[in-house]
Design a protein around this ligand. Sequence first.
Ligand SMILES: [Ca+2]
Length: 181
Amino acid sequence: MKVPRTVALALVAGFLIGCDSEQLPANSSLDIAPSERKLIVDSVTQPDGSCIYNPESYIDYPFVARLTGPDGSPLGDAALRVYLSFAENTFSGLSVMALYVDRNGNGVVDADTELVSSADDDIAILKTDEVSGQKAFLVRANTSCPYKGEIFVYGDGVAASANIVIVDQNVASEMQSEEGQ
Ligand SMILES: [Ca+2]
């Protein structure tokens, strides 16, 4: 029997969609390493005490998300969504965080081609590596003013988060002297 071409294509499409199911095994787990990046900065303030924002002052931090099945084995080719708390596509105010995917594999941010959190971007969906179940990504964090930002990653039934903490050195030394008392 000859299958009409359109039907064959529809079957292929249906098969592909079926394969793209994002359902993970029950009791899968997701973690992000490291859970926190902390940097002490010397922020510049105006006479009224407000911090002066400098877009050219930043640091790039790599993070690795790792997805494992109930038996601890890596889960590859699974979709993870990555939210930054203060990126252009997640926050209405000043976006002090930006998400990059190292597409050319050189380990660093190539700002023109690797940004995935601009105002026009949908939320970033990253696929875990087929073998390792891991996915690395880069977060560019502005370092001119203190803040605490969150990186929240989730997939089907799993979620994990990490923080970036930028602390002003005056606050940091106050905290240290309080701890020492
Ligand atoms: Ca790169």
